[in-house]
Design a protein around this ligand. Sequence first.
Ligand code: CXF
Ligand code: ZN
Length: 372
Amino acid sequence: MSTAAQAAICYGHDHPFAIEPVTLDTPRADEILVRIHACGICHTDMAARDRQLPTPLPMVLGHEGAGVVEAVGTGVTHVKPGDRVIMSFNSCGHCPSCEIDKPTYCYNFVPENWIGTRADGSPTTHQDDKPVNANFFGQSSFATHALAHARNVVKVPESAAAVPFSTLAPLGCGLMTGSGAVLRSMNVRAGMPIAIFGTGAVGIAAVMAAKIAGANPIIAVDVHDSRLALASEMGATHTINGRSEDAFAKIKELCPQGLSYAFDTTGINTLIQQAFDLLAPLGTLGIVGASSPTDNLTFNESSFMGGGKRVIGILGGDSDLFGFLPDLIEHHLAGRFPHDRLIKTFPFDAINEAFQAGESGSVVKPVLVMPG
Ligand code: CXF
Ligand code: ZN
């Protein structure tokens, strides 16, 4: 039986999102129907709206959904109707990356997440019998209901029964990316220095994770004093406003032997190259910031080779959802990952205001709360 839902349709940059009725397919064997209670807004939603991704428009976006399972396909065993769940990106489960539990680098990432239909080309969502592009990140959670998949729906542990959906929802993308980059991709070592460039949701998640890892010092660099103040509250030992101060010189002064870790969330070429030049022997530069597809980076080869340095591109913090999302929830419950301080909630029908707040930077992590 198909499910009637309300979904925010994205018509592109020049149009507001419009909440319209849609119908979702009956779950197939490996699919899960989720009643969405909350969904975070991430910059990738904005990139899709602005046609910077290969996603077709109009489309139902939203990829940080959380809610309650309503129905499961016959092959789904890890969740059942009534379970509280969070969602993240989808993956194929059988490519060389998925085989080693690195699904963020799934060889089939685009068809599983970005083509507007299931990977086999069949639509999940209709409007008056006409297909609507959806299945964004295997969910499309800017809606009252989402049709997701066994590989991207994670059960919320009982220990987190009291944590609201609006706090759980954003763990599935930006926050997992920043924290996973520090704790998984770069595997930051206690007592070693790190600098984090950019203190949006991903950068602040990295700051919180660097504190969990015991990094020292933890240097946050941004151009907004309000963000830097927040970074200090979340664990940064030093902050630098790159607009009014020379970040390169200041980091050199703080860490004369160099940085063991530099983490870039800005995608700004010149900054990334400077971050490389700040690395200590065996230092790692992790890059998550989106830059122009035509950008290239230049590094000094003898410093790179001779210093045993690493430059790593990072997607989704190398998260393996079923292991890392419950870890993050435990860190949150223990007070080590207070990401709720970044969140501001908006009612679903204020989706356009919520996007505006995320884009202007007045809110670090806008989260939509669905009615009912
Ligand atoms: C994604 C990129 C691919 C892996 C998961 C996270 N970023 C979304 O905003
Ligand atoms: Zn995202």
